[in-house]
Design a protein around this ligand. Structure first.
Ligand code: GRF
Length: 309
């Protein structure tokens, strides 16, 4: 029986044990709290006692399991489980969104009723990060790379899109900065997260406004140092070496209206060696990017999905 549930919920053995423990402890807590409250209420008639007790249990149970799920690390499982029950009972709206943002552009329901977040990757160059992200999410159950966007029709990333059968969109400067044509297109595709991976144009305010908190970037240095206008490609690594830094690294951050400025989500460091050139350092940094970017994206989406209203 547990094996079937494990498959249905798509969880491993340890998580299954934690879920069962949460049910068990949450259930006992519900019974205990229900009886205590009933004693305080001092209801006499049997039928009234039963009705009141059932009502109390219905109210207390979700609170109790959610409370227990926190220390057992199962909050996101239980919040979506309870939401599903609420939906079946008609208590929760069936429209869902990621992280409470405007509902119409962020998500869609998969057949198993779990949210899928569609990613748009924006890239101007080779696209080695894009490739890693595509590989990572290829068979993912709730995250999909839905479109590759590029400002450069010669970009290597477009060949990756073609090879991977992912729709590509080549954008024009005028339309990108002065109209909402592409925003409409992204919304039609129900994009939940825009991931910049070597995208060299500044992101216009209108796009940031339409995707607030849903655009992230990776920068090949430890921000806030070595960021800003002109700080891309080899120029970053050359500046790090000229600055005689002992370490460099990567920064994954939200995108705001300034270059390389938004709140930092994640950083990882690596040493700068004495004989490093911009090329050798870039290689080490790229390896770090490939190692971390996809997992950071996944964690971010998981958090967004579990915070959704
Ligand atoms: C990466 O180094 C990234 O940090 C920067 O642009 C580069 C893109 O590399 N924003 P690639 O095209 O993914 O290989």
């Amino acid at each position: 029986m547990f094996e079937q549930l494990q498959k249905k919920w798509n969880v491993g053995g340890l998580q299954m044990a934690l879920i069962i423990s949460t049910f068990a402890i949450g259930g006992s807590l519900t019974g205990y709290a229900g009886k205590k409250i009933m004693n305080l209420l001092g209801v006499q008639q049997d039928w009234l006692w039963t009705v009141a007790y059932i009502l109390l249990i219905i109210i207390i149970w979700p609170l109790a399991v959610l409370l227990i799920s926190i220390p057992l690390g199962q909050y996101s499982f239980f919040i979506s489980y309870i939401r599903k029950i609420g939906k079946r009972m008609g208590l929760v709206s069936s429209r869902e969104s990621v992280d409470g943002s405007p509902e119409n552009h962020t998500s869609l329901l998969t057949p198993d009723s779990r949210l899928t977040t569609n990613i748009a990757i924006f890239a101007s160059g080779t696209g080695s990060n894009a490739q890693k992200i595509i590989d990572y999410f290829r068979n993912h159950s709730f995250i999909k790379v839905a479109i590759i966007v590029s400002n450069n029709k010669e970009a290597g990333v477009l060949q990756i899109a073609a090879k991977e059968n992912i729709p590509a969109l080549i954008i024009e400067k005028e339309k990108f900065f002065s109209t909402d044509v592409y925003i409409k297109e992204l919304k039609e595709k129900k994009i939940g997260l825009i991931v910049l991976a070597g995208f060299l144009w500044k992101v216009p305010a209108i796009l940031i406004k339409e995707f607030p908190g849903y655009i992230i970037n990776i920068h090949p240095a430890l921000l806030p140092k070595f960021g800003g206008r002109g700080m891309y490609g080899q120029a970053v690594h050359e500046a790090v070496i000229t600055g005689k830094e002992k370490e460099s690294g990567i920064s994954i951050h939200y995108v705001d209206e300034l270059y390389d400025h938004g709140k930092i989500i994640f950083q990882a460091k690596c040493p700068v060696l004495e004989n490093d050139t911009a090329v050798s350092l870039a290689k080490r940094i790229h390896a770090l990017e490939h190692e971390h970017y996809s997992a950071v994206i996944e964690n971010l989406i998981k958090k967004q999905q579990s915070n959704k209203p």
